[in-house]
Design a protein around this ligand. Structure first.
Ligand SMILES: Cc1cc2nc3c(=O)[nH]c(=O)nc-3n(C[C@H](O)[C@H](O)[C@H](O)COP(=O)(O)OP(=O)(O)OC[C@H]3O[C@@H](n4cnc5c(N)ncnc54)[C@H](O)[C@@H]3O)c2cc1C
Length: 485
């Protein structure tokens, strides 16, 4: 039995897990996917928004600005790359200028610092590659960039280090609150009992809430598609470039990623499906053509991968972070669409405060350690540090991913952290092996060999991202012996 079960290991569930691990509580996280960040936390823009576009007075506005301010400390504690590169919202006509003024006014009410409207000359001096038809821009120096799944992994690893138990491939299928006050939770892989349940199930949060008879909100998934460019194009802009927002969201951006790539997207359209992460030629064309309006020299052929994510929009278009009105002990962290990545650390504090109030106070975990060390990146080391690393462990002298310069030593390290990982995508997200121009074309077989050797999983059972996503069908020699063609 647990004190707290958190449903969903996205950035919100993982941040809540880490925050609650500061207290003397037994905590389990139940996740349908085979790893953290299986939902929108693994497929978004990675922007730590300044907070000027949320409507004043909303939970989104408050937690965006609060979350943004927490990133310097959190990225230090969790060893997560984070850069305050600032953001610009471009204006191309008079109507856009009034939008900028409106955004600036909202931002100031929300408490965003140092917002400024820049002239065309000032904008082009900062960003020479943007469209010369620009007439002004809103400059928000507090905006930043972070790797969204890197942050989620770090939050979860630190939570695990502090005693939180993660259960992957455990899709919650029913929750029964019994007369003894406890929740009986059934997943596709087991049964769990808990005193409290926290619903951080992203696009499925309303389905989870309905399981306990709380139908107080609906989630409307809204899809966004992206193109990611090779690192060769990562310097086209230094800041995050937005266009004026619309009713559907913040619009198509052009941004460097914290890992040095260039990202364009997303578009925005409503979808019925909760797992609709497919991309379409029309969607990607739209993204490219809109991005060209900001940066006309964007190449068509530098894209190395495309992806899509689902925003979990609640009816009231605000975050829902509160105890359930219907079921005692059930806490909602739902409707966490953008800026949920930015707000996640603040959402976690909000949830901890709610739990503390219900419990009548929480005891501190005296062993809590807020520091987590990430995998040392060979690519980022100078030659002396590299030589020393290879001397200590020759596996750091064997490059497995040539595009991103990832060594066998880093892959082995990723396979043996407290948060278990055994998939190709899990390794990719922790080490960047397979993130480069060839997208794993060369290194995937070698990574499979390492997984087989280190974890004893036969190669034909290794998956890309859990479930049935196996990479090889069988061993040719065995299949020939069985008489298959
Ligand atoms: C296109 C797009 C762009 C965005 N850009 C930004 C941005 O730049 N900056 C920003 O701040 N925010 C951004 N966001 C918002 C941000 O991505 C989300 O707010 C954040 O990722 C939400 O995290 P979450 O943990 O609530 O949800 P998720 O990451 O979706 O996690 C929910 C988890 O619950 C699991 N789950 C679902 N059902 C079950 C079940 N039955 N049992 C067990 N587990 C279950 C899922 O597998 C998933 O892992 C963007 C979102 C999108 C889609």
């Amino acid at each position: 039995m647990y004190d707290v079960v958190i449903i969903g290991a996205g950035v919100v569930g993982a941040s809540i897990a880490r925050e609650l691990s500061r207290y003397d509580l037994s905590i389990a996280v139940l996740e349908a996917g085979s790893d953290v960040a299986a939902g929108s936390s693994g497929a978004n823009s990675g922007i730590v928004h300044a907070g000027y576009d949320c409507n004043p007075g909303t939970l989104m506005a408050r937690l965006n600005v609060k979350g943004n301010a927490m990133f310097d400390q959190i990225s230090r504690e969790l060893d997560v790359p984070f850069k305050r590169n600032g953001s610009l919202v471009l204006a191309f006509n008079e109507e856009d200028i009034s939008q900028l003024e409106h955004l600036k006014a909202k931002g100031e009410i929300n408490g965003v610092e140092d917002l400024k409207i820049l002239s065309a000359e000032e904008v082009l001096k900062l960003e020479p590659n943007i469209n010369t038809n620009v007439i002004a821009a809103l400059w928000a120096p507090t905006g930043g960039i972070v790797c969204p799944y890197g942050l989620t992994i770090a939050m979860a690893e630190n939570a695990a280090d502090n005693g939180v138990e993660f259960y992957f491939d455990n899709r919650v299928v029913s929750i029964d609150k019994r007369e003894n006050g406890k929740f009986y939770i059934e997943t596709t892989a087991g049964k769990f009992i808990s005193r409290y349940v926290i619903n951080a199930a992203g696009a499925n949060a309303d389905i989870i809430s309905n399981m306990v008879g709380d139908d107080s909100f609906n989630i409307h998934p809204r899809k966004g598609e992206y193109c990611l460019y090779d690192r060769k194009w990562g310097n086209m802009v230094e800041r995050t470039i937005f266009q004026p927002p619309s009713a559907m969201g913040k619009g198509v951006l052009v941004t460097p990623t914290v890992d040095g790539n260039l990202l364009i997207g997303p578009n925005a359209f409503d979808t019925e499906k909760r797992d609709d992460n497919y991309t379409s030629a029309e969607g990607l064309d739209f993204v490219y053509n809109r991005a060209l309006e900001s940066v006309p020299s964007l190449p068509r052929d530098g894209v190395i991968t495309v992806f899509a994510g689902l925003r979990a929009i609640a009816d009231a278009q605000d975050f829902i972070i509160r105890p359930s009105y219907k079921v005692e002990g059930f806490i909602q962290a739902a409707g966490i669409c953008s800026p949920g990545l930015t707000a996640a650390p603040a959402i976690a504090e909000e949830v901890a405060a709610i739990l503390s109030k219900i419990e009548g106070g929480l005891e501190y975990n005296k062993d809590f350690n807020s520091v987590r060390k990430g995998i040392k990146r060979f690519r980022d080391m100078d030659w002396n540090a590299r030589a020393q690393m290879v001397k200590e462990d020759p596996r750091y002298g064997r490059i497995v991913c040539r595009c991103e310069t990832v060594t066998e030593g880093e892959i082995v390290q990723a396979l043996h952290t407290k948060l278990p990982v055994n998939t190709i995508d899990g390794i990719k997200r922790r080490t960047r092996a397979g993130m480069g121009r060839c997208q794993g074309g060369f290194c995937t077989p070698r990574i499979m060999e390492i997984i087989e050797r280190e974890l004893g999983i036969p190669m034909e059972y290794i998956t890309k991202k859990g479930g049935s996503s196996r990479i090889v069908y069988g061993r040719i020699k065995d299949l020939l012996e069985e008489g298959e063609e």
